[in-house]
Design a protein. Structure first.
Length: 333
């Protein structure tokens, strides 16, 4: 089997990083741009009133990531009271995302290296000597349960029966175009029925990943290798995205997360293709579903208001109001 020079892999990796950044920026500013306001624009000061007639907003420099929310209470017509809360980027959440990513990838690396070492030391064989069904079952399980090595809360969302009740929408303009797909957010009308998601993951995505990984292990002869770790990186990013989208309900940050998931899937498929073209094609086929998921997440972001200010879209960066506890928590501690 002919392998491409290592230098070409490095070149592709650098190119994919640049293209990935450009794609993320393009999708954020254009595809998911709500009401003509740039998606990367974070208001520096917003005034929220209990009466829509008193609401106003001011948008200074987009460079500042801090904005002030003035909450005006008109319970006393003669003496209104103002309460100010400063919202800022949740840096602790970003740090925890990177820690969880490093932790998950590292634990999988140790696990695969240990398996290779045990096979060589005690059985004098490599991964090729294992029955293919065992390898396939292992990666099928990893595809579904990779989050066991992630310290964040990665609980899956609980779906409810979609409602066609117009009152479930945020306003009369969107009432006829959306429906409830989860019990905590408004979903696009074209959202697939809830039973479709487990079918796709259990019968399509996970078998494709397992089959592609089995072909690659049979070609490589060991578990700890670059293509397999590229898949683990993809799964780890997906687990973090699941926390952002389903547990923390950061709809804006979820847009960036699903783009990262999509790019990492392409990168993993490319790495597989370098060793086994068939394995690369099988893994690349999963990007079709991820593309649909990216569009779904983008539309969900557009339909749901920010948890910080109900009249605006959720910021792309994770935000926190001063004095509140970050939504991002480790479950292992």
């Amino acid at each position: 089997m002919n392998h491409k020079p290592k230098a070409q892999r490095v070149s592709f990796s650098n190119t994919s990083i640049v293209l990935g950044f450009m794609l993320s920026l393009l999708m954020s500013v254009t595809a998911f741009q709500p009401y003509g306001v740039p998606a990367l624009y974070i208001p520096s000061k917003v005034q929220i009133s209990s009466s829509p007639l008193l609401s106003s907003s001011r948008f200074p420099s987009p460079i500042s990531y801090h904005h002030t929310i003035s909450m005006v209470s008109n319970t006393n017509n003669n003496n209104d009271s103002n309460m100010k809360a400063v919202a800022r980027v949740d840096t602790s959440a970003i740090v925890k995302y990177f820690i969880s990513l490093t932790t998950q990838v590292s634990l999988f690396s140790i696990t695969f290296y240990t398996i290779d070492l045990l096979l060589h030391t005690y059985f004098q064989i490599n991964a090729k000597g294992l029955p293919q069904p065992i390898i396939c079952f292992l990666f099928y399980t990893i595809s579904l349960k990779s989050r066991i090595f992630n310290p964040l809360n990665n609980s899956r969302p609980k779906t409810v029966k979609p409602s066609n009740d117009p009152s479930s929408a945020t306003d009369s303009n969107t009432a006829t175009n959306v429906k409830k797909g989860f019990n905590d957010r408004i979903m696009p009308k074209w959202t697939p029925p809830g039973f479709i998601f487990p079918i796709v993951w259990l019968l399509i995505i996970s078998p494709l990943r397992a089959t592609a990984s089995t072909l690659l292990i049979q070609a490589q002869g060991h578990f700890f290798n670059v293509p397999i770790m590229s898949l683990i990186l993809h799964l780890s990013i997906g687990d973090i995205w699941n926390t952002i989208n389903n547990t923390e309900r950061r709809y804006g940050t979820s847009v960036l997360g699903v783009v990262a998931v999509w790019i990492s899937a392409l990168h993993a498929a490319y790495q597989y293709y370098q060793i086994s073209p068939l394995a690369g094609r099988l893994l690349g086929a999963t990007c079709i579903w991820l593309t649909i998921a990216a569009a779904l997440i983008g539309q969900t972001w557009r339909l749901n208001p920010s948890s910080i200010e109900s009249t605006k879209k959720d910021p792309l960066l994770p935000m926190i109001v001063e004095g509140e506890t970050s939504r991002t928590q480790f479950t292992w501690i």
